[in-house]
Design a protein around this ligand. Structure first.
Ligand code: AHR
Length: 324
């Protein structure tokens, strides 16, 4: 199936509501739930919108079809959170020809900038760089200078979140001579994280660091490590790094099972609403690319602040009762 469609939604222009078609990635993670909720509450009827929401169930073909349907329905605006970076040109041209502004959120697309109105999302490469620079500082603080064995549980292959985080983190792998044992696609799900961690544990005896490209994968990896009797996190043998910093993720950071968590901000919708208001008033977005603010969290103050190789100053927030 192509995921769920809101039965209640329609793109009729017979009222004053602004019609929006939103082609969401799917429902693979806690982060995604937060993103969907943010869009639904921002683009509610009470706020003057008629939101047609399509959960694309992580299937690129379904997502292209959803966008095409929005064009046919002549919605006022289209929002896309692209599952993968590539393959967008044709459908974006169709939307452009129909005069429908397209707002891209969260993940990036590789397409000519003239084909969409604006993008609001995360700097995934910077997230990966922050994680790499944190690990470097953490290992130095712990005086761990011998061989560092790392496994990565990657996100959906071809998504800009996976591409950016991998690129950013792997720069540090290379620069510091760390040993990247393996890097497999966990599809940003808890189940994927668990299965891949189980297979890593069978293949590799000596793992020092597990990099999970989102919190749900980290939850799955932790289940696998626990079942195998491994120690991890704050007081354990294996360092766990994650991305997203969802509430559930930060709970694990606070408890010390995740060492460090690099935020991915799911609240793009209010920024998109600002852009829509500007367009409605005859203007255009201040900028074609908007980066949302993101913080970095740790379970303790072993490393409280550091500079990345790219020259960025990072402060780690220790997750305690005040944060959660
Ligand atoms: O695109 C954002 C990523 O996708 C988040 O890290 C992940 O949790 C989600 O599924």
């Amino acid at each position: 199936s192509s995921g769920s469609k809101d039965a209640s939604s329609s793109s009729s222009k017979s009222n004053d509501l602004i019609s929006i078609g939103f082609a969401q990635v799917g429902h693979e993670s806690d982060w995604r739930t937060a993103s969907t909720e943010s869009c639904r509450s921002t683009f509610s009827k009470e706020n003057g919108y008629d939101l047609s929401f399509v959960d694309c169930d992580n299937k690129s073909a379904d997502q292209l079809e959803a966008v095409r349907n929005f064009v046919e329905q002549e919605v006022d605006y289209i929002i896309i959170d692209p599952i993968v970076e590539t393959g967008w040109d044709t459908v974006l041209k169709e939307a452009k020809d129909a005069g429908i502004p397209v707002l891209v959120i969260d993940r990036n697309i590789k397409a000519d900038e003239s084909l969409y109105t604006a993008w609001v999302g995360s700097d995934f490469t910077a997230e990966g760089e922050s994680a790499g620079a944190w690990l470097k500082a953490y290992l130095e603080a712990k005086k761990k200078t011998d061989k560092v064995n790392i496994v990565t549980i990657a996100g959906t292959n071809g998504s800009s979140a996976q591409i950016g985080r991998t690129k950013g983190f792997n720069k540090y792998v290379k620069a510091n001579g760390w040993n990247l044992l393996d890097e497999q696609d966990g599809d940003f799900t808890q189940d994927g994280g668990q299965k891949i961690m189980e297979s890593y544990l069978k293949s590799y005896k000596d793992i020092d660091v597990v990099v999970c490209q989102n919190d749900n994968e980290a939850f799955g990896a932790i289940d696998a490590l626990k079942a195998a009797g491994k120690t991890y996190g704050k007081d354990g043998d294996i360092i766990i790094i994650s991305f997203d910093a969802t509430n559930a993720g930060l709970k694990d950071v606070k408890e010390g099972s995740i060492n460090a968590d690099f935020e991915c901000n799911p609240l793009a919708a209010p920024y998109v609403e600002d852009i829509i208001k500007k367009i409605k008033d005859g203007g255009k977005p201040d900028s074609q690319k908007v980066y949302v603010d993101e913080a970095c969290f740790a379970c303790d103050d072993t490393v409280s602040s550091f500079k990345t190789d790219e020259g960025k100053d990072i402060t780690m927030t220790v997750v305690d009762d005040k944060v959660l």
